[in-house]
Design a protein. Structure first.
Length: 203
């Protein structure tokens, strides 16, 4: 299978970490949807990465669908619990973490526009989502070892990718100082080879 991705995408990073944790072999295809001659739209009509291309050329998107599929492909390291209540908790964490990445990416894209065309209100609105999202993650993690309790799973991967994306795009957001419990989780995750091997390059 092939993963169409960019090295800086927090959603692609989430998929890459799942692939690594589950020991699934795959081919990386780097293709930025922002390039004028990108082939991403040929695989995803929404023109977004990541896209997983299966060996029969069937395509999967978005990252949430991809990780749900990958968790069924290999029995190694189950990352989404079978129990429905626990499963919902993991998916809600993923929605919160991905939502923070969505808001951060929206600010990043807005700031690429000419200054005169940037909407200050829009940026403030997205910034508030990031701020409230960090507060909520910190509150809900509390003193637990992992996001949903005793075991590492997809919720921790999604949170780690969102926090890593903030470090990449908004180093001025000092989330570690404001949320020491999130810093502790991020430090624990950063020791994992799957995280070490996918740190987004500054760009
Ligand atoms: C979000 C993917 C996304 O925004 C998912 O896979 O979870 N809900 C989707 N991807 C960005 C690149 S990056 O910010 O990760 C993307 O492909 N943007 C191109 C566009 O046209 O928005």
């Amino acid at each position: 299978m092939k993963l169409i991705m960019t090295p800086t995408s927090p959603y692609a990073r989430k998929v890459r970490i799942v692939l690594a944790e589950k020991r699934i072999e795959y081919e990386q295809v780097i293709d930025s949807p922002w390039d004028a001659n990108s082939h991403v739209p040929d695989f995803n009509p929404l023109g977004m990465v990541p896209v997983l291309v299966l060996d029969d050329d069937h395509t999967l998107f978005d990252s949430r669908v991809i990780v749900e599929y990958l968790d069924t492909v290999s029995p190694v390291s189950q990352l989404i619990p079978k129990d429905s209540r626990q499963r919902l908790a993991v998916r809600r964490w993923e929605a919160l973490a991905d939502g923070i990445s969505d808001a951060a990416a929206a600010i990043f894209v807005e700031r690429k526009r000419p200054e005169s065309q940037q909407s200050h209100e829009w940026i403030v609105r997205q910034d508030q989502k990031v701020f409230r999202g960090l507060e909520a993650m910190s509150e809900e993690l509390g003193e637990k070892n992992w996001c949903t309790g005793e075991f590492f799973n997809l919720s921790d991967i999604a949170v780690g990718c969102a926090l890593g994306y903030l470090d990449l795009r908004f180093p001025e957001i000092e989330w570690r100082k404001a949320h020491p419990v999130l810093a502790r989780l991020a430090d624990k995750l950063s020791q994992k080879p799957s995280f070490k091997d996918t740190v987004p390059p500054a760009s």
